[in-house]
Design a protein around this ligand. Sequence first.
Ligand code: NFS
Length: 680
Amino acid sequence: MATEDVKAKTTKKKEKVAPKPADLALDVASQEMIARSREMEIETIFDRAQTMKPCNIGVQGTCCKNCAQGPCRLPLPKSGIEGKDTRKGLCGATPETIAARNFARMVAGGAAAHSDHGRGVAETFLAAARKETHDYSIKDTKKLLEIAPDFGVEITVEGEDGQVMDRDIDEIALEVAEKALAQWGQQQGEVMTVKRAPAPRYELWKKLGVVPRGIDREIVEIMHRTHIGVDQDYENIVEQCSRAAIADGWGGSMIATDLQDILFGCPYPVKSSANLGILKEDHVNIIIHGHEPLLSEMIVQAAELPEMIELAKKNGAKGIQLGGICCTANEILMRHGVPLAGNFLQQELAIVTGAVDAMVVDVQCIMENIANVADCFHTKIITTNPRAKIASGHCLHIEFDEHTAFEDAKRIVQTAIENFPNREKEVIIPDQRHDLVAGFSYEAINYHLGGTFRGSYVPLNDNIINGRIRGIGGVVGCNNARTMLDDGHITVIKELIKHDVIVLTTGCNAIACAKAGLLTPESAKVFCGPGLAEVCETVGIPPVLHMGSCVDNSRILMAATEVVKAGGLGNDISDVPVAGSAPEWMSEKAISIGHYFVVSGVYTVFGVTFPVSGAPVFEDYLYNKLEGIYGGMWDLEADPIKHAHKMIAHIDKKRKALGIDKARERVLMDMADRQKLEAA
Ligand code: NFS
């Protein structure tokens, strides 16, 4: 090729037009801020997703870099596999072994992140129980008494006269704290909370030998097994994934949720609002971003102090506005009604408003580039956790310690306030904000449906049995810059509720729903099928129930268990008309969550991509064979409408197996008849 031709070709490549903001994000606030970042020539993830394409071999899950002889790359041949698959790494590892090892390391990473979060909560809980800190205390004694027996802790004692008396609450708290914390380092036996699963599920796990021994142990064992030359049997590797994932969902995450509820209060329905429009130009805006409520709870309290509000006024602001991003957002929304600023892909965009005086971060899902974006504004990025620092000279580190928590939080809030007068760029806050109702812990659903005095899941089951509600969708997970922000989430959910599937949501999916107005009872009339709309209207709930952060996926497991207990829908989670989904997943945590959904008996569909396509035998094992073992299996469907319909088909399959498929036809016929009458 002549030099000119080559030049012309490269120039042509460079001139590739960037996609319009409206093609990158569903919500208008994000579109406006993507446009502003481009005008200001500030690079964000939306730009990098265009300039850097993912590695085709990694996408297939068949790149092994577990030793220094590689990376060994085993992509599927373009022509497909004909005859025997002869692909091998230097050590002889097959594509199946490599993809299974990579998958397992994702489970380990995800389970470690959730569980280390849980450990932090358990340590703080222990400090509170020992009265070593005055900043945290036992708030929800009812929940403490409910969970104590799961840790083998007695809640009553027999007096000398043989009379049974209530045990001292501090004593109970201390024993629960010690037992809970011990679940991490335990070497033998069983993680105690696993027994909360329906009895047939627990028995199945026992039979399969996948009941986790200790939370840390199962994660470490994945790292060992996936070292070069150890486990070379993908089925055996998946077995270990099951132990670690159960240790996450029914262990570390579940304990985190429980202890957080006891320390900060169990969530009940609360009103608030969502999207970047919650920021206020004339207020000190503090974004709390990350995951652990230990920090954010203290910041909420510190920001309410009269002395802080006074200080804000002295610095020229009218007050202090807090907003959350990622799962921290969900934690403080659920318990305090603090508005949601946005989900994962909006973290840079929040700074682009020019209105954020400080972004306070702890751990997980914090993009390193927020430091670069903040450099273009006055925004201070404040890291707080010794596990997560950002190597940029412009980031402040104010370490947060549970023993001095409130003082640390006050320093953080003060730093944000004192930064308010330093705003230098024009503040542009998108006028986009939606109302929402959140706070549906599984306890709250219980009371909502059954009444305060006799909480019960029976009305939910009745409505599933009579067909008004077709089934339950657990739709959760991240944003992924390889796909349009929130589009997958919202399309899947609208399709589900249109077909009478009630949705339980957590994580960044919940924030997407909030922005799209799906977390209001009023949305039922607009978006739901007739059966679900009727139930939502009668009970006064939204069709999409926000259950919390990603560790709170354990609430979905408990809700499913309550459904089984309420009766009429089978004996195990795998019998219930339920399906799981993460339409825009990207993190390792999502893989751990997906796997504990699957081994709990839930058919679970992921969107975007799944890193196993280069190993067809392993792929088939996850997508098909697991159903025969656990009653749940993985699936991938990138098209959101097809994705929703795969879930609906599974729900219908379960309805049929339960013999309740006819009931639904009757309900729909009733509705159609009614509509005909109305039209006449
Ligand atoms: Ni979950 Fe929460 Fe969001 Fe994904 Fe990240 S914030 S723990 S991982 S991106 S849902």
